[in-house]
Design a protein around this ligand. Structure first.
Ligand code: AMP
Ligand code: TRP
Length: 337
């Protein structure tokens, strides 16, 4: 029996490649947390379906996402890294939770309001509306104590806490009430061409996005062309030198070195030198990860076996929680679950 704190997080399989913001803002953090926690990480393919997906691409991106997480250091032997749809209990518990979620409560989720405003009422589905409830099911199925997420997901974890508390009050102690652990703002990475906008897979131009699966020469080129300023000086000043500050953040996050030691090293030197140094560091990290991803995807049978074994491990935990919840609300036991 493990006595480590149970931790749960998820990521969408919605791009071919992770970008360096995901790597620094999420993956590096998870990699550290898996050492000290009983960690469950899911690739949330059911969540991805809340906006239109190309079926073949969704399948490919699900595998690619898994491969990237493993190649970058999530250990599928110690962490339970699995695909959400492989564990049917997620959809089943989501239904129960839907029945105790207020329509108004769900309508207040800011991510839903933003996304539905962008897509328009006709293109907005009930699935998108219920997205945070499915996320609550993900978390509650595993008796999760800690949920590491970005600031944008804080409200969804709050909803999860409310639903767990409400269910427990109405039907008896069933769920652990989880806590969000918000990833610190300093780990936020900005677009290299537009260093006041968050780096994102949905950026209009990819010139300022560093993809983990870019060829090293492409990564280097993007870094060399990153927007800086006319002033010169490798100094961290987020207000006046957002481009340089962003490059320093990336450099520091990847190497574990302090910003001050990097400022020292590059004092009196030009941006060209600094960018060259950064390009070496980034390609030195991503190059081998990219190679491993290519190898894994070349023969996906082993990757699929790993994901299946981890889904079995997840299903064993989730199945017990779901059975408990079904009993509580008065659903008859049918087949042995
Ligand atoms: P996304 O798939 O874009 O929602 O990103 C998944 C997670 O990666 C987010 O919840 C963040 O923790 C992290 N992330 C994404 N983009 C960035 C960024 N530019 N800077 C820091 N973290 C990011
Ligand atoms: N909604 C989260 C995101 O877009 C992903 C997610 C789904 C998640 N289920 C989760 C995160 C459970 C933490 C816990 O980033």
């Amino acid at each position: 029996m493990t006595t480590k704190t149970r931790l749960y997080s998820g990521m969408q399989p919605s791009a071919e490649s992770l970008q360096i913001g995901n790597y620094i803002g999420a993956l590096l953090n998870w990699k550290a947390l898996q050492e000290t926690h009983d960690a469950f990480f899911s690739i949330v393919d059911l969540h991805a379906l809340t906006v239109p997906q190309d079926p073949a691409l969704l399948a490919a991106n699900t595998r690619r996402t898994a491969a990237q997480y493993i190649a970058a250091g999530i250990d599928p032997a110690s962490s339970t890294l699995y695909v959400q749809s492989h564990v049917p209990a997620h959809a089943e518990l989501a239904w129960l939770l839907n029945t105790i979620t207020g329509f108004g409560e769900a309508s207040r989720m800011t991510q839903f309001k933003d996304k539905s405003a962008r897509h328009g009422a006709e293109a907005t589905t009930v699935g998108l509306f219920a997205y945070p409830v499915l996320m609550a099911a993900d978390i509650l199925l595993y008796d999760t104590e800690i949920v590491p997420v970005g600031e944008d997901q804080r409200q969804h974890v709050e909803l999860t806490r409310d639903l767990a508390t409400r269910f427990n009050a109405r039907f008896g102690e069933t769920f652990v009430v989880p806590e969000a652990s918000i990833v610190r703002e300093t780990a936020k990475i900005y677009d290299l061409q537009n260093p006041t906008a968050k780096m994102s897979k949905s950026a209009e131009s990819h010139a300022g996005v560093l993809w983990m699966l870019d060829e090293p020469s492409v990564t280097a080129k993007k870094i060399m062309r990153a927007v800086t300023d006319a002033e010169g000086g490798v100094v961290f000043d987020r207000e006046n030198k957002p481009g340089v500050a962003n490059l320093l953040t990336i450099y520091s996050s990847i190497t574990g070195r302090t910003i001050a030691s990097l400022e020292d090293e590059y004092a009196g030197r030009g941006y060209g030198d600094f960018k060259k140094g950064l390009a070496e560091v980034v390609t030195g990290t991503f190059g081998p990860v990219r190679q491993r991803v290519i190898e894994m995807l070349d023969d996906p049978a082993e990757l699929d076996r790993t994901l299946a074994a981890n889904a079995d491990r997840a299903a064993a935990v989730a199945g017990e929680t779901l059975a408990r919840a079904y009993d509580r609300v008065g659903l008859l036991r049918g087949r042995t679950r």
